[in-house]
Write a protein that binds this ligand. Structure first.
Ligand code: NDP
Length: 275
């Protein structure tokens, strides 16, 4: 069994982005819009800001009150859309439930949509055209590639069907010539699909959804889940004997750091197209 060390790869990407950015006079600039004061979001934003500082990017966090209107948020996004000094804009999820998530994400200029979640970038992913790929999906593919794990012609089971993770990861893998099965909470006989997979990518937010009894031998397991059990961060996977798998991404230290690194790879790609 080998650990897919996302933290290590994060550091390698950090170094290479830092070297690349050092030669630019105008630095890439990211704006993170946070609506409300979600505690988990505060931690994720802090990680992004720290990464930006390390690589020499400018990063502004625009904190908006929970009660702000949707129209006002769109107005603020439009201000950054037309600001030439801004190369990337993200809206930290989740946003308040009363707001139309899709409307807000779609108001970001697709060229600055470094989370890749606007309809334009998602449709590019659907059509296998070059666009901005959601950071978690990109991070998972990069992590596998770094360990020379090919996804081509592999049977991949993605557990979870959110746009943010499940669907976007499934589409990215499909575009890489994997055979992809997407499972969710209504899937009948989940174990059958899990056992037949070469690679399992789990993103449910349910600790224990992947366990000793429902996976096969020597599979690659990518754990995207972030759950808190007794105040401890754990993933979707609950295995006593890790030797059952061939590779596994840990939580923490697996997909999380890859998501952050991929966001900044997306930012740099956008920057190069915009300047
Ligand atoms: P969502 O809640 O939007 O989606 C969860 C998905 O899992 C749904 O499709 C749901 O099915 C499915 N699901 C839930 N329970 C089961 C079950 N018992 N069996 C099969 N499928 C199940 O979450 P997200 O996609 O936004 O995030 C998923 C997890 O990944 C979370 O823990 C989140 O914190 C984490 N995450 C981690 C990131 C990282 O960088 N490490 C980045 C983003 C998210 P259905 O559609 O039927 O409801």
């Amino acid at each position: 069994m080998e650990i897919l060390d996302g933290k290590k790869i994060n550091q390698e990407i950090m170094k290479s982005l830092k070297n690349e950015i050092a030669i630019f006079d105008v630095k890439p600039r990211l704006v993170i819009i946070q609506i409300g004061n979600n505690e988990a979001s505060n931690i994720y934003i802090e990680r992004k800001v720290n990464f930006a500082v390390e690589i020499g990017c400018e990063c502004k966090v625009e904190k908006l009150k929970n009660e702000i209107s949707e129209e006002k948020v769109v107005e603020i996004i439009n201000k950054y859309n037309s600001d030439e000094s801004v190369h990337g804009i993200i809206v930290q999820l989740p946003i308040p439930e009363v707001m139309d998530n899709r409307k807000i994400l779609n108001s970001i200029d697709y060229r600055k949509d470094v989370d890749g979640l606007s309809n334009i970038n998602l449709s590019k992913l659907v059509n296998n055209e070059k666009g901005i790929v959601p950071a978690t999906a990109r991070g998972i593919l990069t992590l596998l590639k770094q360990y020379n794990i090919s996804v081509e012609k592999k049977n991949i089971v993605v557990l979870g069907r959110s746009t943010l993770v499940g669907k976007s990861t499934a589409l990215l893998m499909l575009n890489q010539n994997s055979t992809v099965t997407v499972c969710h909470s209504n899937t009948v006989d989940l174990d059958k699909y899990l056992k037949s997979a070469d690679i399992i990518i789990t993103a449910t937010g349910q600790h224990g959804v992947i366990n000793e009894s429902n996976i096969g031998e020597n599979q690659v397991v990518i754990d995207v889940g972030t759950n808190f059990v007794e105040n401890k961060l754990v993933g979707d996977v609950k295995l006593n004997n890790l030797d059952k798998v061939s590779y596994i991404s840990p939580v923490p230290g697996g997909v999380g750091p890859m998501t952050v690194a991929s966001l900044f790879q997306n930012l740099l790609d956008s920057y190069k197209k915009l300047i």
